[in-house]
Design a protein around this ligand. Sequence first.
Ligand SMILES: NC(=O)c1ccc[n+]([C@@H]2O[C@H](COP(=O)([O-])OP(=O)(O)OC[C@H]3O[C@@H](n4cnc5c(N)ncnc54)[C@H](OP(=O)(O)O)[C@@H]3O)[C@@H](O)[C@H]2O)c1
Length: 309
Amino acid sequence: MSLYALIKSNGPSGFGYRSTAEDVTAGVSLAGKRILVTGCNSGLGFETMRVLAQRGAHVVGTARTTGKARDAAMRIRESAEGIACELSDPASIRACVAALKAEGVPLDAMVCNAGIMALPKLEQAFGYELQFFTNHIGHFMLVTGLTDLLAEDGRVVMLSSAAHRMAPKEGIQFDNLSGEKGYKAGMAYGQSKLANLLFAKELARRFAGSERTANAVHPGVIATNLMRHIPVPRPILAGIMGLLSAVAFKTVPQGAATQCYAAANPQAAALNGQYLADCNIAPARPDAEDAALAARLWDVSEQIVAKLP
Ligand SMILES: NC(=O)c1ccc[n+]([C@@H]2O[C@H](COP(=O)([O-])OP(=O)(O)OC[C@H]3O[C@@H](n4cnc5c(N)ncnc54)[C@H](OP(=O)(O)O)[C@@H]3O)[C@@H](O)[C@H]2O)c1
């Protein structure tokens, strides 16, 4: 446990910085529940799949390829299955949606966890900056494609990040979604994570009056493969990470706690449209509350998806 974790106290939920995914689901039976987790083969996604399955859920884990998803599902002993969902490939997302719809079994939660961070150079998919496309558009397609399958009290959990604060000052650069008018790695990641947050907020507005919920989470700072694009040689990065982990980083079980809390803890059924960190409601950037911005992002995302091959 890091030094920082030792001095942090729990919040009103009874959980906090130190809580692990197992802590926040202790005593919760997820028997009979079916939960989708994207990015199940690595980091927080694998831990989320492992712990939700341990509590009795049947977890549908997605990864870029069928092989990666199935390997991850096989690494846990409990009930899990793996299915391909490459979030930068609309055909793969559509196939994933179609396969789950064909099975017709309701989803009790969707944990939209997969993501990429801080690509050093501009990369694109279908003309859109790749972090915006993968982290936001890919999940937008997946969640809107599967909403019919979401249980009446189903929960959507979007992985945002404290890095949403690094988004451009105007929020979303609608006139630069290609990245071609200027690209900064951190800002582009921040924009994609603000988009995840705005999507959760807009979804929550659309769920109002039902028992469905949508929330966004910041998991903490955890040394995972997410850091792979940081332009420092791997051995040096590993050394820095090791040092920082002892002082300040969360462990992977701690990092997966907030998304497991939002997806599975009974307390969280009462939360809708919230931004959570350390398993408690947390303040987000002021424009995360901008309903017009969130509605515009939804409309633009629909237009983008409609034109994809
Ligand atoms: N770690 C942190 O400090 C931190 C902080 C704030 C927010 N987050 C968020 O937490 C989430 C999980 O991150 P992590 O730390 O667990 O990172 P990670 O270990 O790198 O896991 C990311 C997962 O996303 C998958 N993925 C990436 N691109 C994809 C694509 N195009 N299609 C489908 N899957 C894709 C990865 O698959 P491959 O293994 O095949 O690449 C992997 O399974 C991310 O959304 C991240 O933004 C993390």
